[in-house]
Design a protein around this ligand. Structure first.
Ligand code: FMN
Length: 224
């Protein structure tokens, strides 16, 4: 697949088919992702792949805590209290997803049902939990490096007809993740990537989220 095509085709998949992803396929995807650049070649990414029973347990217990109203306590800070253009983009995305899913503004039951999906890893058969060592926590390079790895992973997945969704929701209760996956204390959980075969009949998977034109995000110097 052409790089340009892959970059355009990749999108967040929020429902997967109930079809397992073979280990060797995930391995191939990770081999491509591991070619990513990193500051000083530190390769700070730590990758925990979870599927089958432990993943099902995490999904179930996440939902139990969410339903009980337990405050999430993610190990890596998510974005909160957005304002201005960032808030607008967040709201635009929600409007588009809710439109596709037929979720009304006041429909709290459907909204809660929607929120649960992320905590259920969007029903993916496998997930990749990304973490890094706490000694690297004070460097923006670490987050950039993990981002490079994750984007490469999402693009490489397409070659195997796999979809992905990068999400913080699945790891918002790290105590649950750590109960079922042995992640050493000195590692910090960063984010989750759900991976699997997309359910193309699911309306939200038709999303084509907007992007600003490059004219709006670039300033040129020394080039006419
Ligand atoms: C760091 C990060 C965290 C994200 N967390 C969530 C999440 O918790 N739930 C969710 O539904 N999508 C999540 N997303 C997906 C974004 O909403 C999505 O990438 C964005 O809307 C652009 O859409 P696209 O991925 O379909 O191109 C996350 C993406 C990133 C990069």
């Amino acid at each position: 697949m052409e790089l340009k095509e892959a970059a355009r085709q990749r999108k967040s998949i929020r429902k997967f088919k109930n079809k397992p992803v073979p280990k060797d396929v995930i391995k191939k995807v990770l081999e491509v992702a591991a070619q990513s650049p990193s500051a000083l070649n530190t390769q700070p990414w730590e990758v925990y792949i979870v599927s089958g029973r432990p993943l099902e347990e995490i999904k179930k217990e996440n939902i139990e805590l969410l339903t009980a109203g337990t405050m999430p306590s993610p190990e890596s800070q998510s974005m909160e209290n957005l304002d201005g253009i960032y808030k607008k983009r967040q709201v635009d995305l929600a409007i588009e997803l809710f439109k596709l899913m037929g979720i009304g503004r006041e429909d709290n039951a459907k909204r809660f049902d929607w929120m649960q999906r992320g905590f259920r890893f969007f029903d993916a058969p496998a997930a990749i939990i990304m973490a890094f060592d706490k000694v690297l926590d004070n460097s923006a390079n670490t987050f950039s490096d993990l981002g490079c790895f994750i984007q490469t992973l999402c693009l490489a997945a397409l070659e195997h007809e796999l979809g992905t969704c990068i999400h913080s929701q699945g790891v918002m209760y790290p105590q649950i993740v750590r109960k079922h996956i042995d992640i050493p204390d000195e590692k910090k959980i960063f984010i989750a990537v759900s991976i699997g075969y997309p359910d193309w009949d699911f309306p939200a998977n038709r999303i084509e989220s907007a992007r600003e034109p490059i004219e709006k995000i670039t300033r040129w110097f020394g080039l006419e």
